[in-house]
Design a protein. Structure first.
Ligand SMILES: Nc1nc2c(ncn2[C@@H]2O[C@H](COP(=O)(O)OP(=O)(O)OP(=O)(O)O)[C@@H](O)[C@H]2O)c(=O)[nH]1
Ligand SMILES: [Mg+2]
Ligand SMILES: [Zn+2]
Length: 331
């Protein structure tokens, strides 16, 4: 039975490989079986209890089987699901089964994203590296790839963004420069999105929507707003949606969303998610070193030696403190 197959999805591409591997089980051609059997697809949109599921090149409007409610599982955008068609002509179906999620984000509700694009603007608003470090830590925590986009490069005559690029490139992050307004750097970004389910993160006004619209060459974020209004007559529901760039490439868009909440990360675990810190921990004298106040801390030594960027370490301390205070308030 297909339902009992356990899949460990490590990236979106492997999802595809898995789907293709199992073709023989479902039908001779494709993972689509017309006559009553299950088909595997991807949830690309959710508005209240309706889910749009993409199977090959068709979209089915589906609802979830009642059993999910009992199991307290709600399908989310990005889920790989098995559906049974109830009306082929009207493209209606029911979700039978949800595959194991490699990544699950609570807010916005999203499964199986493989990459987050962190947008920082050079000016208006000025670079918020504290936010960037929080968001990068979140991506490491979720096990998702990160891309840093330094946008609005046209507004910074002094090119201060170059030092930001250098700091984060040295750590090992991919950093690209864009001017979304003039469509500069958009093709490079588009290339980096390939074969991923991407989400964009960044403070309000940094240019996320402008970049996304540039990638699609049309005003896609606005389109979302309009269709939402038409469906409901007002603007209250937020529709989470995956926009397809090509067959294996999507961008998740959530109206009103700007950055991920990182409060799930435990303060004492935070240093793991500052990815250049980990290698220096073996030099810490104390087991359970928090790398904040201890003497003989390997990470602090690395900061003194210039192996870790000092400002980044200071932001680590700030974020650590914020998480710690939140934890204390919980008790
Ligand atoms: N000069 C310049 N302006 C830009 C650039 N990218 C975006 N903008 C402008 O910056 C403003 C904000 O851009 P948006 O794309 O709406 O920003 P956003 O990140 O989607 O903001 P929220 O939706 O509020 O989270 C708009 O007026 C854009 O035209 C750029 O590269 N250069
Ligand atoms: Mg926007
Ligand atoms: Zn330490």
């Amino acid at each position: 039975m297909m339902h009992n197959l356990k899949i460990i999805v490590t990236n979106w591409k492997q999802n595809e490989i898995y789907i293709k591997m199992s073709q023989t089980e479902t039908s001779p051609k494709g993972h689509k079986r017309k006559n009553g059997g299950n088909m595997r697809g991807l949830i690309v949109e959710n508005i209240s209890n309706l889910y749009q599921v993409k199977v090959e090149n068709e979209i089915y409007e589906t609802t979830a089987r009642g059993k999910f409610k009992k199991e307290e599982i709600t399908p989310v955008v990005g889920d790989i699901v098995d559906i049974t068609v109830t009306d082929e002509k009207e493209k209606k179906a029911v979700i039978e089964n949800i595959y194991e999620r490699k990544v699950y984000i609570k807010r916005p509700k999203l499964a199986n994203i493989t990459q987050i694009i962190f947008v920082v603007s050079s000016k208006e608003p000025k670079p918020d590296l504290l936010m960037l470090d929080k968001q990068l830590a979140f991506a490491e925590f979720e096990g998702v790839n990160s891309i840093i986009v330094l946008n609005k490069t046209d507004l910074d005559q002094k090119e201060d963004f170059r030092s930001i690029k250098q700091i984060y490139s040295k750590i090992g992050y991919t950093v690209i420069l864009t001017d979304a307004k003039q469509r500069k750097g958009i093709d490079t970004l588009k290339e980096l999105l390939k074969n991923n389910i991407n989400a964009f993160s960044g403070n309000s006004g940094v240019g996320k929507s402008t970049l996304i619209n540039g990638i699609f060459d049309r005003d896609i974020t606005q389109e979302g707003e309009i269709s939402k209004k038409n469906k409901r007559g007002k603007n209250t529901t937020t529709a989470i949606k995956l926009y397809e760039i090509d067959e294996d490439t999507y961008i998740a868009d959530t109206p009103g969303f700007s950055t991920f909440d990182i409060s799930e990360i435990e303060s004492k675990e935070l240093y793991h998610y500052f990815k250049e810190f980990g290698q220096f921990e073996e030099n810490c004298e104390f087991i359970g070193c928090t790398h904040i106040k201890e003497e003989n801390c390997g990470i602090k030594k690395a900061v003194e030696n210039g192996e870790i960027d000092k400002a980044r370490y200071e932001r680590f301390c700030k974020i650590y403190q914020e998480l710690k205070e939140k934890e204390e308030r919980k008790w």
